[in-house]
Write a protein that binds this ligand. Structure first.
Ligand SMILES: Nc1ncnc2c1ncn2[C@@H]1O[C@H](COP(=O)(O)OP(=O)(O)OP(=O)(O)O)[C@@H](O)[C@H]1O
Length: 298
């Protein structure tokens, strides 16, 4: 099945005075996929989402959402939802008002699903939004984002206030509803391991630049760890590039670029155990490598 791009950017740049928050970014996102927009604090994730949703203006570069510019474009904007923690609501608004208004903005809004989520997140509908706890406020956003079933949904760390149980519930609903109603979902987070199983594609932004743009499966398979007796590990890695290594007493582990089947057999014959690396570890390593390359390690 060929999928068409829902998001396309070319040389996208956003400067705030001297600071280049988004620096010459080119990427595309295919329809019907869940994409992680990952990166450290201040990397540029929110700015990218603001630009893609027409809430901010690029200094230079191109953006096409469903093939068109999102800026003041009602036909594009009606097909997307952008859920962020800093969402402002009118004074005196209660959750029930938010859910009553939602169908006016989202043509695919599903009331039944919204009600199911309201119950699950135990959201008090009649309390003023200003008085909600942080988790309850996050739940309002999460429910809107899911029940809107917008063809293109952005979640900008909307679940920061949710506890672990509620977050898991969000991930479960997201995945189940996505399977029934495929759409394009961009999820920004720093809780990489938590969302790792949801993601089909990974975009990592660092210092305003995209440093990884890869499908999650191939990214996961791009490195291997070998573990075992120290001398055996050292012998195996002797003529190979080691991305990371660790020693504990007589044991050692080393992280290497993905091994070929023959190399995997060689490692097994040498008594070494082969393993993977979590997406989070992998991204942390690549981000560090990128930072030192540009002399900006912190
Ligand atoms: N309106 C603005 N004026 C000046 N600088 C800004 C503005 N908005 C963002 N920035 C700066 O741009 C950079 C990118 O910010 P952005 O909010 O996009 O990062 P982020 O990846 O979403 O971070 P976090 O994970 O901490 O939310 C930061 O250095 C931030 O301070």
């Amino acid at each position: 099945m060929t999928r068409s791009p829902v998001i396309e950017t070319e040389g996208l740049t956003r400067r705030f005075g001297d600071l280049t928050a988004v620096d010459d970014v080119t990427f595309s996102v295919q329809e019907h996929s869940i994409v992680g927009l990952l990166g450290r604090n201040g990397a540029g994730k929110t700015t990218v989402m603001q630009l893609l949703t027409g809430q901010d203006f690029a200094t230079s570069g191109e953006i096409r959402i469903f093939g068109e510019s999102p800026v003041e474009n009602a036909s594009v904007l009606s097909r997307l939802s952008f859920i962020k923690e800093s969402q402002r609501y009118p004074e005196d608004f209660k959750p029930k008002h938010v859910f009553k208004a939602a169908p006016w903005f989202f043509e695919h809004w599903n009331e039944e699903f919204a009600q199911e989520l309201i119950e699950e997140f135990r959201l008090p509908l009649n309390r003023r939004i200003k008085k909600l706890s942080r988790g309850q406020l996050s739940a309002v956003g999460v429910i809107v984002g899911l029940a809107a079933r917008a063809p293109l949904t952005f979640f900008d760390e909307p679940y920061l206030g949710l506890d672990a149980v509620a977050r898991q519930s969000f991930y479960d609903h997201l995945l189940a509803d996505y399977a029934r109603h495929p759409r394009t979902i961009v999820l920004s987070t720093h809780l990489i391991d938590e969302v790792s199983d949801l993601l089909e594609h990974v975009l990592v932004i660092d210092d305003g630049r995209i440093i990884i743009d890869q499908d999650a499966e191939s990214l996961r398979g791009s490195v291997t760890t070998v573990a075992g007796p120290r001398h055996a590990v050292e012998r195996f890695v002797e003529h190979r590039e080691v991305l990371a290594s660790d020693r504990l007493g007589g044991l050692a582990t080393a992280t290497l670029e993905a091994l070929t089947p023959a190399e995997r057999r060689e490692a097994a014959d040498a008594g070494l155990e082969l393993g993977g690396v979590s997406l989070q570890q992998l991204i942390v390593r690549r981000t560090r490598a990128h930072a030192s390359e540009f002399g900006a390690e912190s």
